[in-house]
Design a protein around this ligand. Structure first.
Ligand code: URA
Length: 433
């Protein structure tokens, strides 16, 4: 088989066979295919798309390209959740202890942030001493002992994705439904959970600009999950504006803890509840949505979810001091306030711009190898649906590198659209598929 023939067939809009897709992924992993040929095929896939069967085959080959975690030693239905990525999305820190407190084993594989979107592994690093790369033995032991674990990818999980993603990133081929679905689902499938709840974002802060696009991506991933015998549901949620008010690692951890203490912003609580309900329903221990919701509300109200969060941070070696004293989290030496240029109603707040601003303050990475500033970020005083007076604070910027402050303030000011009439913000959860 020749790579040039495979590229030519996709270039001409043909359907690749299972053997051709297997040849490509094997060649990516053993490095026998040079990057320029892989990049050419990625662009052909981007332009001519893949059929459902090709996407499933690609996912299966990617999943099998490295280690696959066997979680069968943990009794019960193990559930995982995954977000397609957004700004201010700290729901994993809320929903995983919430669901685990209901007695459902939670096995969460997380990633690092890239570009304007954040990642759970970075947020967890705000806890001094925490281990975010658990090996399989410790991961299983922890879930058996306390009911949950959150870990970054360790070992050799889906090596094909690491290489493909790096190439997609530099060849403008990230944004293709089959490639996104295969990338996400191969990692979820290799991570070993029995049930997967996908949080598919719609809006400028994520990949999908429209609900139609989000629905198509969600359906593609659900189909792949079901074909691979994993129960899979998707919640489509809005990412037009950031979730909650905090963007940046320490700031988001504090907001997540406040949510677990019962003081969370409505959008975070609503989305965490919906994701939690779906996880409980997939676990098989609950058959009615109303019962699942009641159970989650009890765990939040009684403080059981916060206790579970503390147990999980402690089990992974993190210092708990920050939970009662937020000053213990990495902070920022410099702050700057962004104020409203006029009075009116906030009718929109562009998540992507806030995410890019936060990244420039040091909270995120432009390239995978960039170091991040855990104390950097943006706190939003005003969001959609709220009233503002000229000169009032819209946001506070936090950073440890003074040089970017003014520039970021200028960059993010247009993110707020201020009008004279109030338009009601739409609810964060769009639909469940
Ligand atoms: N997240 C992933 O893991 N892969 C993609 O391709 C997009 C988002």
């Amino acid at each position: 088989m020749k790579m040039t023939d495979i590229i030519a067939r996709k270039r001409d809009g043909e359907t690749l066979s299972d053997e051709e897709i297997t040849f490509f992924i094997d060649g990516i992993v053993d490095r026998s295919i040079p990057d320029y040929q892989s990049a050419a095929l990625l662009m052909a896939i981007y332009l001519n798309k893949m059929k459902p069967g090709e996407t499933t085959c690609l996912t299966r080959c990617m999943m099998a390209s490295g280690d696959q975690i066997d979680l069968s030693a943990i009794p019960g239905t193990k559930v995982d959740k995954h977000s397609t990525g957004g700004v201010g999305d700290k729901t994993t820190l809320v929903v995983t202890p919430l669901v685990a407190a209901c007695g459902i084993p939670v096995v969460k594989m997380s990633g690092k942030g890239l570009g304007h979107t954040g990642g759970t592994v970075d947020k967890l690093e705000a806890f001094a001493g925490i281990r975010t790369a658990l090996n399989q033995k410790n991961f299983i032991r922890q879930v058996k002992k306390i009911g949950m674990a959150v870990s970054g990818q360790s070992g050799n999980l889906v090596p094909a994705d690491k290489q493909l993603y790096a190439l997609r990133d530099v060849t403008a081929t990230v944004d293709n439904r089959s490639l996104i679905a295969a990338s996400i689902m191969s990692k979820k499938l290799a991570s070993g959970a029995d049930a997967i709840v996908l949080d598919v974002k719609v809006g400028n802060g994520g990949f999908n600009p429209t609900v139609t696009a989000a629905r198509k991506l969600a359906k593609t991933m659900i189909r792949i999950g079901q074909q691979m015998d994993r129960q899979t549901v998707a919640v489509i949620s809005r990412m037009d504006q950031p979730l909650g008010r905090a963007v940046g690692n320490s700031l988001e951890v504090i907001e997540a803890i406040e949510t677990l203490k019962g003081n969370g912003p409505k959008d975070i609580v609503d989305l965490s509840m919906e994701l939690g309900i779906q996880m409980l329903l997939l676990s098989g221990k609950f058959s009615k949505k109303i019962e699942a919701k009641k159970m989650l509300q009890q765990q939040l109200k009684s403080g059981a979810a916060l206790k579970m969060f503390e147990k999980f941070i402690k089990a992974q070696g993190g210092d708990l001091a920050g939970i009662t004293d937020y000053k213990k989290f990495p902070g920022a030496k410099y702050t700057l306030e962004v104020v409203a240029p006029k009075s009116g109603w906030i009718n929109g707040l562009t998540a992507r711009t806030i995410g890019l601003g936060s990244m420039q303050l040091g909270a995120g990475r432009q390239k995978k190898s960039d170091a991040i500033d855990l104390g950097a970020g943006i706190y939003l005083h005003k969001k959609s649906g709220e009233k503002v007076k000229a000169g009032e604070k819209l946001a506070t910027l936090y950073t440890n590198k003074k040089k970017n402050l003014e520039e970021v303030a200028d960059l993010i000011l247009p993110a707020w659209s201020i009008g004279q009439k109030r338009s009601k913000p739409e609810s964060v959860v769009v639909e469940v598929l």
